[in-house]
Design a binder for this molecule. Structure first.
Ligand code: ZN
Length: 309
């Protein structure tokens, strides 16, 4: 999608000027040319995606350890019970000694289990630390990207409306959103600044290239806020989620919308069909995530910070 073509045209003229002002005075801050800044933003957004995948992996590993520990605990209980039986057996007659021999052959390796438990605990502690570091890193990257964005806006006059993820608990929100187009994983345009046909614009979501009519699913449980025409999007759906986040689905045809405002939806529920309405270069879903509204505009954040792998 594109906003304000006339404004963008003027911005391109400003852009030529911005490139000229590099190191124009000894005390003046060195201004980077806009294409460099855009590249920097793209790299940062890609890093956010990578770091978030690492965060999800770390959380998964911790969950695995926790479920193993649970099993280990019940294993230790079984070993204790076995020990009791063995003691009793020794006190009784030879009949029971036969039973004890049978038990001996299936003795639970209690010591090995305890050792495994200790090493799991150490690994878990390390992973918890890593998880916190990854969350901090993701927030830092997102902050840096916002600074770069502001520089681009300053140089080009093209505005953007970005939300902050600083106050969010990324661990809690990691993997909150399910992939919205089950038929494909193809991303034709990522979140962030881009140059399209010589025009610089901020892309507030990711574009999923799909076939016309492919089902669009709700990324998480929520309530439909909007479902209908929207500038640049043809038609859109906005869903508000309990976490406070909103998800945005764009470019459907009017007939491709299957929900109405106020309706409750569940994660994975079909809500519409992929279209090519509005300012679209082909059938695709524009999928966005927003932290809120400001001056009537959505404050978007990189969807990869909340999507499942
Ligand atoms: Zn888009």
């Amino acid at each position: 999608m594109r906003f304000g073509k006339i404004g963008l045209f003027c911005s391109v003229l400003l852009l030529a000027d911005a490139g000229q002002t590099l190191a124009s005075g000894s005390d003046a801050p060195v201004r980077q040319p806009v294409p460099d800044l855009i590249l920097q933003d793209q790299i940062l957004q890609q890093q956010v995606k990578q770091v978030h995948q690492q965060l999800i992996n770390t959380i998964d590993q911790i969950k695995q350890i926790d479920s193993r520990t649970q099993k280990t605990n019940s294993g230790l209980q079984a070993a204790e019970a076995e020990q009791t039986i063995r003691t009793m057996t020794e006190r009784y007659t030879i009949v029971y000694l036969t039973l004890a021999a049978a038990l001996e052959s299936s003795t639970w390796p209690a010591l090995a289990v305890e050792q495994q438990k200790q090493s799991d605990l150490a690994l878990r502690n390390r992973l918890v630390q890593e998880k916190a570091q990854l969350e901090t890193k993701e927030k830092q990257l997102s902050r840096t990207a916002r600074t770069v964005s502001d520089q681009i806006t300053k140089a080009t006059g093209v505005s953007h409306r970005q939300g902050a993820i600083d106050n969010l608990n990324l661990e809690q929100l990691a993997g909150l959103l399910a992939w919205p187009v089950p038929s494909t994983k193809e991303v034709s345009s990522e979140y962030g600044w881009r140059e399209l046909n010589g025009e610089i614009e901020f892309h507030g979501g990711i574009d999923v290239a799909a076939e016309l009519g492919d089902p669009i699913h709700a990324a998480a449980d929520g309530v439909v806020l909007f479902a209908g025409p929207a500038q640049g999007f043809g038609n859109w759906i906005v869903i508000r989620h309990e976490s406070g986040l909103m998800t945005v689905y764009g470019h459907m045809y009017k007939t491709g919308i299957q929900v109405r405002p106020g309706q409750k939806v569940r994660q994975g529920q079909p809500i519409g069909r992929v279209g090519a309405a509005g300012e679209s270069y082909g059938p695709h879903l524009h999928f966005g995530v927003a932290t809120g509204f400001k001056d009537g505009l959505l404050e978007t954040v990189n969807p990869w910070s909340f999507l499942q792998r």
